[in-house]
Design a protein around this ligand. Structure first.
Ligand code: ZN
Length: 700
């Protein structure tokens, strides 16, 4: 049996975290109890730890089945930087490389081995001679033809449970509806697997939709507000990815296009540059992002409307995997809807595709909380509005739009439902173009009755009327705008129509400027980021694998200046402390030193001066108008720096003994909280900190 404290210590030591994210602990315990598990967790929810951590504590080797070679390499690199012995075995390696891995396995060196479902045969000799501790099947939806990424080789995996009935199997995926879940469990021969279904809500992603006017201009100003932040722009066509990338390059933005038509080698290079923070923006078709695990993608833009909500959700999910606030922006245009309608008409499953597109359109047109709509699509209901979507933050104001509605509807009636939206607006605005002239529309009674409303505003009002159900677009008939039966109520029975005030794109940009968190050029975060980039280049690994953005933010906030403080940062494990701690601590100290020398004196120095004058802690606190705990932390810091301070005067001998014993019993935990809880809150934090500082000094 594995003790909870051992699990917690492993989490901190190897992964650098003090606590688990939702469901992780349950899943891990279930594995330790020998059960099979099926895990549905959205991208960024922390799936991998669910099998990586047990792999470390269980006897033998964990086999991980993963579909993509790029993903395997990425995960193995990540594990290695955390000091975990892992490798992958697949067809991209030559015989010597493979032999080397077999040797490491035979020597009992490896805890995790990644492989593709196609490469199972390579493992036969391992299966017969080594102890398998756990079998993890990642992207498990690939086994089901109900899922959206069916992969034939996955269907061989049911064999594993038959061969090793006593070894726990864990199957993981980010997307699977009920039918797919059952199918996965049955095909893998784990029908009684415990199912763990995490919430689909990614609270850190801001959801925003804007009308697709002047997209490139909007994108450039969006990126200008976020210097150095990585992002992906999804486009519908290869041509669009290139056109957008080119325009961004023209605006001095470090952008590249990525699509399946680009030569393999060049594509890998682009992907690698993006992962390593050498390329800021990727303009891609949906193919991009499948196999990458970059945690600091700060934003995702949809240049075009996606064809369904599943795809949209998966794509925006590539932002903010580190849990930090991230932006998503979708441009909505009817041109895209029409294009996608055509694609759907030519697909094998017309009705389903059209229905899915409809839901996507409803989401984009929404006048109420978008997250509610998104989550309800996945069967998850939330009662409160999210507060982190554009609708919540800028709720539409409604006005009496009856006259506008009547003008539009009667124009459609006079055109006999034979013209698309553009012509209807041209008639309303009294345009003199050739279509109008040729067809004699200038003689209609409603010609030019609404010149005062701008063309683009009309487009949005008509869209609202479509969404309200008074008009419909006949997609099969060249997108002619037609009246619905509800239109009569407005035209003839005096029904009132409420329309939402329009929010202009320009205003959006202005607001963005105010709210965007500007990366300050001289901030500590920026310095830490550059240090990370430098180390990443030296070690030839992606920057986020050194530390993710969330960890850098925490370093910026907490300013750790000793190893003791540094290891308390979330994301800092034992190996990373050893490998990088020194450099990051130095950066913090240098930065803080520079800042402070600019101000008058150093805060701990001031405390030290008062201490030397013989003031007590409470007197110093009063004098400096700071909390006593702050003064205690200064004193501890000064002591650790080697200043002549007798710390023992601040701590009862008994307490010091208790802390010493607890340190042993708790196996030297990394958090003060562990001690605080151990003493059932009887010894205050400041005392624990002082005790540990003394003990650390004794040890060193
Ligand atoms: Zn909302």
């Amino acid at each position: 049996m594995i003790a909870p404290i051992q699990i917690k210590n492993t989490l901190k030591e190897y992964f650098g975290y003090d606590k688990f994210r939702p469901l992780q602990e349950d899943i891990i315990n279930s594995i330790f109890n020998g059960h099979d598990n099926l895990v549905i967790m959205p991208t960024g929810g922390g799936k991998s730890i669910c099998f990586q951590l047990p792999a470390l504590l269980l006897e033998g080797i964990t086999i991980v089945i993963s579909p993509l070679i790029a993903l395997m390499k990425d995960q193995v690199d990540g594990l290695t930087t955390n000091g975990i012995a892992a490798a992958y075995l697949n067809s991209s390696q030559n015989e010597t490389e493979q032999q080397e891995i077999y040797t490491r396995i035979a020597a009992g060196e490896l805890k995790l081995l990644y492989t593709a479902p196609e490469s199972l045969t390579y493992l036969e000799n391992i299966f017969s001679s080594e102890t398998i501790s756990l079998i993890a099947i990642d992207e498990a939806h690939c086994i089901s033809s109900w899922g959206h990424d069916f992969r034939p080789a996955y269907t061989n995996l049911g064999y594993l449970k038959k061969r090793f009935p006593k070894i726990p199997v864990i199957a993981l995926t980010a997307t699977a509806d009920k039918a797919t879940r059952e199918d996965i469990a049955n095909q893998l021969n784990i029908p009684h697997a415990t199912q763990h279904i995490a919430s689909f809500d990614r609270k850190n992603l801001k959801l925003e939709v804007r009308p697709a006017n002047d997209r490139v201009k909007q994108i450039i100003s969006f990126i200008d507000e976020r210097p150095n932040e990585s992002g992906i722009i999804y486009c519908l066509s290869r041509k669009a990815t290139e056109a957008v990338a080119e325009k961004l390059q023209g605006a001095n933005i470090n952008a590249a296009a990525y699509h399946a038509g680009i030569a393999h080698e060049k594509r890998s290079k682009i992907q690698e540059d993006f992962i390593n923070d050498n390329c800021q923006v990727i303009c891609a078709t949906i193919a991009f992002g499948m196999g990458i695990d970059k945690s600091n993608v700060r934003w995702v833009i949809h240049y075009n409307l996606p064809k369904n909500i599943e795809g949209y959700y998966q794509e925006i999910g590539r932002a903010g995997r580190d849990g930090l606030p991230s932006n998503t922006l979708l441009f909505h245009s009817y041109g895209d809807v029409i294009q996608l309608q055509k694609f759907a008409q030519n697909s094998g499953n017309v009705e389903v595709q059209l229905a899915k597109l409809d839901r996507m359109k409803e989401y984009a047109d929404a006048l109420s909380c978008r997250r509610k709509i998104l989550l309800s699509y996945f069967g998850e209901l939330i009662s409160e509005d999210c507060g982190n979507c554009d609708v919540c933050q800028n709720p539409p104001q409604f006005f009496d739009g009856t006259i506008i509605a009547q003008k539009a509807l009667s124009t459609v009636a006079r055109l006999d439902g034979q013209e698309p939206i553009g012509v209807v607006i041209d008639v309303l605005r009294g345009s003199q173009n050739s279509t109008i002239q040729e067809k004699g529309y200038q003689n209609l009674k409603t010609y030019g009755i609404a010149k005062d409303i701008a063309w683009l505003d009309w487009k949005q009002y008509v869209t609202q009327l479509v969404n309200l159900g008074y008009l419909e677009i006949a997609f099969h008939e060249n997108n002619k705008l037609k009246l619905t039966e509800f239109a009569k109520d407005v035209l003839f029975n005096g029904k009132k129509v409420d329309l939402a005030n329009l929010v202009e794109a320009e205003k959006h940009i202005e607001e963005q400027k105010v709210t965007a968190t500007k990366a300050k050029k001289n901030s500590l975060f920026e310095r830490l980021r550059l240090l990370r980039l430098k180390i990443a280049k030296e070690e030839n690994v992606p920057a986020y694998q050194i530390f993710n953005d969330a960890t850098l933010k925490e370093i910026e906030m907490d300013r750790p200046m000793s190893e003791d403080e540094f290891v308390r940062i979330s994301g800092v494990g034992k190996v990373k402390l050893m490998n990088y701690g020194h450099q990051f601590i130095k950066e913090v100290i240098d930065f803080t030193g520079e800042k402070k020398s600019k101000r008058k004196g150093d805060t701990t120095k001031k405390t030290y001066e008062l201490y030397q004058q013989g003031l007590s802690i409470s007197e110093i606190a009063k004098e400096r108008k700071l909390a006593e705990t702050t003064i205690f932390s200064h004193i501890s810091k000064l002591f650790a720096e080697g200043k002549d301070i007798d710390l023992t005067q601040f701590i009862d001998k008994h307490d010091l003994e208790s802390i010493k014993t607890a340190k042993k019993e708790l196996e030297d935990p990394n958090t003060l909280k562990a001690y605080f809880e151990h003493f059932e809150e009887a010894i205050p934090y400041s005392t624990i900190r002082i005790g540990l500082t003394i003990l650390d000094k004794e040890d060193s």
